[in-house]
Design a protein around this ligand. Structure first.
Ligand code: GDP
Length: 194
């Protein structure tokens, strides 16, 4: 998709704040600092529309972006931020679970992991959660440019093994620096659009 128009529509915490449209939604999830904002900005050709999420003190909201009047990206607050309290973490979990298990417009989740590292426990839990609820998932492994070409395969294998990756899902190596994986990511997303 060639994106010319993208704007933030609403930051929601509860279902009554979700936008009342039938547009398909693609949610984006990942631990803080994985490169989620950079991924969103790359896909929509913007420098700084999506802001780094999950910093302490920042409100934990679902941010809905309208893309080309065709779909919504739903930016899920980053998980795994060490300084977040137990209560906040529980609220986060409830908000995500409610959204992902009840929202009919949700077509797929882009789950971001860092290509450099083995998936965290939370990365694995997110993947298991999505598989359990049969929510289509696209795995995007970020920061590809930080790993030498000769090691891409090895890192991909480590991630797939830890996730118990289902071969029918998409797995995309991505870099917001070089933009590698951008077209592939759009193609994977477009499979879920009408
Ligand atoms: P978020 O917290 O998941 O939204 O992560 P950000 O998109 O804010 O990225 C966190 C940090 O990683 C920032 O310093 C980015 O510049 C950096 N970063 C994100 N994606 C890439 C990438 O593909 N390559 C490199 N080298 N750095 C990246």
């Amino acid at each position: 998709m060639k994106v010319h128009n993208a704007e933030i529509i609403i930051s929601a915490v509860s279902p009554k704040q979700y936008p009342e449209t039938e547009l398909p939604e693609i949610a984006l999830a990942g631990r803080s600092n994985v490169g989620k904002s950079s991924f969103i900005n790359t896909l929509i050709n913007r420098k700084n529309l999506a802001r780094t999420s999950g910093k302490p003190g920042k409100t934990q909201t679902l941010n809905f972006y309208l893309i080309e009047d065709a779909l919504h990206f739903v930016d899920v607050p980053g998980y795994g931020y060490a300084k977040v309290s137990k209560t906040e973490r529980a609220k986060w979990g409830e908000m995500i679970e409610t959204y992902m298990t009840t929202r009919e417009q949700l077509k797929a989740v882009v789950s971001l992991v860092d290509l450099r590292h083995a998936p965290t426990q939370e990365d694995i839990q997110m993947y298991e959660f999505l598989k359990y609820y049969e929510i289509p998932v696209i795995i995007v492994a970020t920061k590809k440019d930080k790993i030498p070409r000769g090691k891409w395969n090895k890192h991909e294998s480590i991630i797939k093994k830890a996730l118990n990756f289902d071969k029918s899902d998409d797995f995309i190596l991505f870099s917001s620096q070089t933009k590698e994986g951008k077209e592939e990511a759009w193609q994977a997303i477009e499979k879920y659009l009408p």
